[in-house]
Design a protein around this ligand. Structure first.
Ligand SMILES: *Cc1c(COP(=O)(O)O)cnc(C)c1O
Length: 398
């Protein structure tokens, strides 16, 4: 059989026709509960009226002009985000990878400005930063890199959540200029570092003159119970990237920067045809308005705590369950065995959209608008599926 699409994705045999909040309906009218939000994208759920209204209005006025001209909505979004994040300036792109590309370019300019010829960025094992050549190099997963060599230069890798390694790298890598790290590793397995990890990274960045660059593409926009995950630590990064839920499904990414890092990019040094166009910015502004008006960040915190407790009560004592962890509505249930097959089982048997990452971690990223009843249904249905899966797959594989 020929296929007109390149074989980049292994797709599940279902397609959706419409959605509303955390519900999705397939083309046969079957209803599903979405506990993944298109991988942390539709934080406000599907077909949110505020986003719909903003998009329809903006589509009727102006979709795109060019960054050759003033774009008032882009300026408004930049003002809004920089104020919320305590940053100085914003650059808009169309995806997480592109937002990280901007961060990487800022780090290199910053290094060259300090007379460092081969500026090196410190990145983490098990990280994920995207699929462009520079970001797949920064990514700590061989599967993402394999076949695409030669990789980009100027990266050095250390273990995540390991301050000692960061201290060592300071001695062995005199040309280090920046640290690029996720506050919580998403693709890597919902890995939550020690409570003071980001504070220690901040201290070392200050001591060595490195830029602290946080990839909040997955953790940002309320997901973890604070608008940005680093706010749990009371610190400020020098550079922060956003994408995924920023436009609730409309492609937009942002690179925010502060201090000297905000002044590195100048006219002609970077750009994007689509980046920050009126349509995408209208969507992002509607997202921010809605997060604020409906207190959805606080909602993520309380609902996340409730879900964690529900899963711990139902699954905490089971043999095959290694760990149940999360912050806000970013939740991981780690099993002692590979469990990718649970994704299809949840879809077909439970009408539930979930994800499995790092082979054995069930990852939940439900929309922030999930109702209490939907949360309870998620906990009950998924716990049942996990119990059945553990029984059927027999003894643990370790
Ligand atoms: C998804 C993700 C990216 C890549 O975003 P794209 O929009 O797919 O390019 C980068 N970093 C993190 C932490 C992500 O979760």
């Amino acid at each position: 059989m020929t296929d007109s699409l390149m074989a980049t994705y292994k797709r599940l045999p279902v397609g959706f026709a419409r959605g509303e909040g955390a519900w999705l309906w397939d083309d046969k009218g079957k209803r599903y509960l979405d506990a993944l939000s298109g991988i942390a994208v539709c934080g406000l759920g599907h077909a949110h009226p505020a986003v719909k209204e903003a998009l329809c209005r903006q589509a009727g006025e102006l979709v795109h002009t060019s960054n050759l001209y003033e774009i008032p909505l882009q300026r408004r979004l930049g003002d809004r985000l920089t104020r919320l994040a305590n940053m100085d300036r914003a650059f808009f792109a169309n995806s997480g990878a592109e937002a990280n590309e901007a961060a990487i370019k800022i780090a290199r300019l910053h290094g060259h400005a300090r007379g460092i010829d081969v500026p090196t960025i410190i990145v983490m094992e098990n990280s994920f930063h995207g699929r462009t050549l520079a970001t797949l190099t920064a990514t700590g997963n061989r599967k993402v890199q394999a076949g695409f060599e030669p990789l980009a230069q100027g990266f050095v890798r250390i273990p995540f959540d390991d301050v000692e390694s960061l201290d060592t790298v300071a001695r062995t890598t005199p040309n280090a200029v920046a640290v690029l790290v996720e506050p919580i590793q998403g693709e890597g397995g919902v890995t939550i570092p020690a409570p003071d990890y980001l504070n220690r990274v901040r201290e070392l960045c200050d001591r060595h003159g490195w830029l602290m660059m946080l990839d909040e593409v997955q953790t940002g926009m309320g997901r973890t119970g604070r608008l940005f995950a680093h706010q749990h630590n009371g610190i400020l990064p020098d550079v922060m990237t956003l994408a995924k839920s920023l436009g609730n499904g409309v492609p937009i990414g942002a690179c925010l920067a502060r201090g000297a890092a905000a002044e590195t990019l100048g006219p002609g040094s970077h750009g994007s045809t689509f980046g920050g166009n009126p349509l995408a910015c209208a969507a992002a502004l509607a997202v921010i308005d809605t997060l604020e008006e409906q207190n959805l960040t606080e909602r993520a915190a309380t609902l996340g705590a409730h879900l964690l407790e529900a899963f711990r009560k139902r699954l905490g004592d089971l043999d095959g369950v290694r760990d149940i962890r999360g912050r806000g509505l970013m939740i991981g249930i780690e099993l002692d065995r590979p469990c990718a097959s649970l994704v299809g089982a949840a879809l077909m048997l439970g009408g539930l959209l979930i994800n499995v990452t790092a082979d054995n971690v069930i990852r939940l990223l439900p929309p922030l608008v999930l109702s209490d009843a939907q949360a309870n249904e998620l906990a009950a249905t998924l716990s049942g599926l996990i119990k059945t899966f553990l029984q059927r797959s027999g003894n643990s594989e370790d």
